[in-house]
Design a protein around this ligand. Structure first.
Ligand code: TMP
Length: 217
């Protein structure tokens, strides 16, 4: 049995992560791997309830400390009930967002000291880290235009994060890019500007290069 790995997918809203999840799942499955797709915040019944609390727009907002702790509460459930058992059983776990999102959104976006996030990270995760993180990157204006289009097409109200301003998403984007530069062995940046087929081509290239290295270890 191959050793399980955690792969994570990150990026600002409108970067097209969700559009490509199925493609990533198919490529991993085609390589003979047993794959579990999940997401944060969420991935467990309690985690999904916490997700609703976090995304719902509310008068008076939410303190950034509460936001971070709720996200880590959901993550704690996710780790205990889904991620750690799946990895131990040799499955490959693909999470649509993980701890890097806390550094980017609560750290970069909200200005929370990263040392606080790092404390929660090492407490909960211990030595567990993603083996590969795919960062879908594109200019904020293009991303927010996609969010607007989607919410209009689906007749849905934007959530508590989606209603933030351009400067908030610019800080998040820069924070993700800085982390990608600091940890090049783990991060791969995907240019999310082009249409679906061109993004899939990049994903295929990254997986073709990265997967054989993992499978031979
Ligand atoms: P999404 O994954 O559907 O885009 O929605 C999840 C939202 O939660 C998104 O706006 C980013 C936010 N989020 C954080 O702020 N911090 C985190 O650690 C995670 C996992 C998500």
């Amino acid at each position: 049995m191959t050793k399980g790995h955690l792969l994570t997918i990150e990026g600002i809203e409108g970067a097209g992560k969700s559009t490509h999840l199925d493609f990533i799942r198919q490529r991993l499955t085609a390589a003979g791997l047993s794959v579990l797709m999940t997401r944060e915040p969420g991935g467990t019944p309690l985690g999904e309830e916490i997700r609703s609390l976090l995304l719902r727009r509310r008068q008076g907002g939410m303190a950034v400390e509460s936001e971070l702790l709720l996200i880590f509460a959901a993550r704690s459930e996710h780790l205990a009930d889904v991620i750690r058992p799946a990895l131990s059983a040799g499955h490959w776990v693909v999470s649509d967002r993980f701890v890097d999102a806390s550094y980017a959104y609560q750290g970069g976006g909200r200005g929370m000291a990263t040392a606080r996030i790092a404390t929660l990270e090492s407490w909960l995760l211990e030595s567990l880290r993603p083996s590969l993180t795919l960062l879908f990157d594109l200019p904020v204006a293009q991303a927010l235009a996609r969010v607007d289009q989607r919410s209009q097409a689906q007749g849905e109200q934007k959530d508590r994060f989606e209603t933030e301003d351009t400067a908030f998403f610019e800080r998040i984007r820069q924070s993700y890019l800085a982390r990608a530069r600091e940890q090049p062995e783990r991060y791969r940046i995907i240019d999310a500007r082009p249409a679906v087929a061109a993004v899939e081509e990049q994903l295929q290239q990254v997986l073709d290069e990265w997967l054989p290295q993992q499978l031979s270890q």
